[in-house]
Write a protein that binds this ligand. Structure first.
Ligand code: S3P
Length: 173
């Protein structure tokens, strides 16, 4: 059962559908949602790729973590986290302590198909490595962190967003 004060964290690789799911869950559960990348980007007035390129990945991770740890002090939210939020130990500990974490597990093939068709959001690294192999290696390197954080894992391949949302809601009850 989800404690009223606890957040819901949606984690997963880039292209796994975190924002879409957070938005559906938000409407159904009547809990506000936030896309952490979009919010951080608008606070800084910079695209995520610009932060990576003009500062560095390390600085982006620091900013992302400061922002995340500060934001979760607010009232209950559903968080569509960035694909790499789980890389920082402090973020992982905070997720364990402050809410329930749902991992969207999507195959590299499916991620590739989605990302290659996403003309709106540019992802650092993927821009230079537009192939399935890159996503497969990224998943292998990060899998342990995603699994460590997750209270519940949903496999998303070949499922419609509303099916995934229903599965998550059942699990939260
Ligand atoms: C990243 C994923 C992106 C964004 C940044 C880094 C990653 O978020 O935070 O480009 O390292 O996996 P999305 O998962 O929302 O694309």
């Amino acid at each position: 059962m989800l404690n009223k004060k606890k957040h819901i964290f949606i984690i997963g690789m880039m292209g796994s559908g975190k924002t879409t799911l957070a938005s559906i869950l938000s409407k159904t559960l009547k809990i506000p949602y936030i896309d952490t990348d979009q919010d951080l980007s608008s606070i800084l007035g910079l695209e995520i790729t610009e932060i990576f390129n003009s500062l560095s990945e390390k600085k982006f991770r620091m900013l992302e973590s400061v922002y995340f740890l500060e934001h979760i002090k607010n009232n209950q939210h559903i968080y569509a986290t960035g694909g790499g939020t789980i890389l920082e130990q402090n973020n992982r500990s905070a997720m364990k302590k402050e809410g329930k974490t749902i991992l969207l597990q999507t195959s590299p093939q499916e991620l590739f198909n989605r990302l290659i068709n996403d003309k709106k959001n540019k992802r650092p690294y993927f821009e230079e490595n537009k192939n399935e192999q890159y996503l497969s290696e990224l998943w292998s390197n990060r899998k342990k962190y995603y699994i460590e954080c997750a209270d519940y894992i949903v496999k998303t391949d070949k499922k419609e967003p509303f099916e995934i949302a229903n599965e998550i809601i059942k699990n939260l009850k």
